[in-house]
Design a protein around this ligand. Structure first.
Ligand SMILES: [Zn+2]
Ligand SMILES: [Zn+2]
Length: 134
C-alpha cells in the first residue's frame, strides 16, 4: 500500500510503500518515553520503499538494553518523531503511524512488549467519549 505523510510543521515529508497487515503497537518503555505517550504505533517500510522529501530529520541514537543502537529520526523544527531504523546500514524503517496521512486505514494487528503496558491503555472503551475538547 502506498502511503505518504509528514511532521506537524510540514518540514519533513515522505512517501513509502508498506504492508497494511503489519501495523503493530509497541508498549515498551522506550516507545512510551520517545513518543511522549502511552504507547507507539509503527509500520515498517523496506529501505528501498521509503523516501524522505523536504527537510532533513535530526537523528537521536538510542542504545537499547540489548546494546543495539537505533536511530530515531525526528523533525528538528517541531519535534515530531518520524521513524526509527538500525543506526548503521538500515534495511527498513519503522514509521510512526501518526505521521501517515492514511493512518485511519491502518489497523494494528499485534501488540508487543505488553509486560510494560500501562494497564489503562489496554482498555479505553469505558471512558467517556467527547467529540472535541471536553
Ligand atoms: Zn516539523
Ligand atoms: Zn517499543
Amino acid at each position: 500500500m502506498k502511503i505518504d505523510g509528514g511532521c506537524h510543521c510540514g518540514n519533513i515529508t515522505f512517501v513509502a510503500e508498506i504492508d497494511p497487515d503489519k501495523v503493530i503497537i509497541c508498549h515498551c518503555t522506550d516507545c512510551q518515553r520517545l513518543s511522549g505517550s502511552a504507547f507507539r504505533v509503527v509500520v515498517r517500510a523496506p529501505r528501498d520503499k521509503f523516501e524522505l522529501r523536504g527537510g532533513k530529520p535530526k537523528v537521536y541514537i538510542k542504545t537499547a538494553e540489548s546494546g543495539a543502537k537505533r536511530a530515531q529520526g525526528f523533525c528538528p523544527e517541531c519535534g515530531t518523531p518520524v521513524y526509527s531504523a538500525a543506526a548503521e546500514n538500515p534495511q527498513e524503517f519503522g514509521l510512526r503511524i501518526g505521521t501517515i496521512r492514511q493512518r485511519a486505514e491502518l489497523r494494528p494487528a499485534k501488540q508487543i512488549w505488553c509486560r510494560s503496558a500501562l494497564g489503562w491503555a489496554m482498555d479505553l472503551r469505558a471512558l467517556p467519549q467527547v467529540a472535541k475538547q471536553g
